[in-house]
Ligand binder design. Structure first.
Ligand SMILES: *Cc1c(COP(=O)(O)O)cnc(C)c1O
Length: 238
């Protein structure tokens, strides 16, 4: 059971580093949520993390998530963190509490409509393409300014805040300007819309400490907990 020991140790280390970053930033550690990103890992590996006290998990592919989630304890909480196609909304909604990847008004409308049919009230983050990368999903800051009011009007969606995946660079300091930009956009939208957007989903294995220093309330950490992923499992069309 070497794997289970490694995962427990990795989780303890990540939690310590979260607490350290919170302390440096003068923030309350308890306001930072750790999402263990379990994509590509089988159910028994996730079970080892759950046994070590981890209760929130993130998956990025609908097809993989809907197979794995029913194999695990109903006490675990699941977040979808990867791109969601409109035709997969009905499939995934019953399995997750939270979607981090609402990246257009059309997708938000679809989630709202289907949540209504299913009697659900999903929590969501609005994903922002903060660096304007052509390859990335997400609202541009300008789109979000224009569309925030209709997004906040959707009855079924509880909009928690903003989410970002910055351009990858191994140097975590290069993520910092993007995390600052996301926090500033959140503050601007809160002022303009007159409602709080309490949360920021930002930070991954290599840069979650920087994200916490810049205001992250939800960090999405895979590799630092589970180790390096092998080949990603891809479902057709994803
Ligand atoms: C895979 C993934 C992560 C976690 O990445 P690590 O570098 O393994 O921590 C975080 N967010 C999203 C959206 C991901 O797809």
């Amino acid at each position: 059971m070497e794997v289970a020991t490694d995962i427990a140790e990795n989780l303890a280390r990540v939690r310590d580093e979260i607490a350290g970053a919170a302390l440096r930033a003068g923030r309350d550690n308890s306001e930072i949520e750790l999402i263990a990103v379990s994509k590509t890992w089988p159910a028994e590996v996730i079970r080892a993390a759950a046994a070590a006290g981890q209760s929130i998990f993130g998956e990025n592919k609908v097809q993989e998530a809907i197979v794995k989630i029913p194999m695990l304890s109903t006490r675990l909480e699941w977040h979808l963190i990867g791109h969601l196609q409109k035709n997969k909304v009905r499939k995934i909604l019953p399995f997750v509490s939270t979607i981090h990847s609402i990246d257009s008004l059309e997708l938000a409308l679809q989630v709202d409509r289907i949540a209504g049919e299913l009697g659900l009230f999903p929590k969501v983050y609005l994903e922002v393409n903060i660096a304007g990368e052509g390859s990335k999903h997400g609202f541009s800051p300008g789109e979000l300014r224009a569309e925030i009011d209709p997004l906040l009007d959707l009855d079924r969606l509880e909009v928690l805040g903003l989410m970002v995946i910055p351009p990858f660079d191994p140097d975590p300091e290069l993520s910092r300007p993007h995390y600052i930009a996301l926090r500033e956009l959140k503050e601007e939208l809160e002022t303009n819309a007159g409602v709080p957007l309490p949360k920021l989903s930002m930070g991954m294995s290599h840069d979650f400490a920087v994200a916490i220093e810049e205001g992250a309330t939800s960090v999405r950490v895979g590799t630092a907990i589970f180790g390096k992923r092998k080949n990603t499992i891809r479902a057709p069309g994803e």
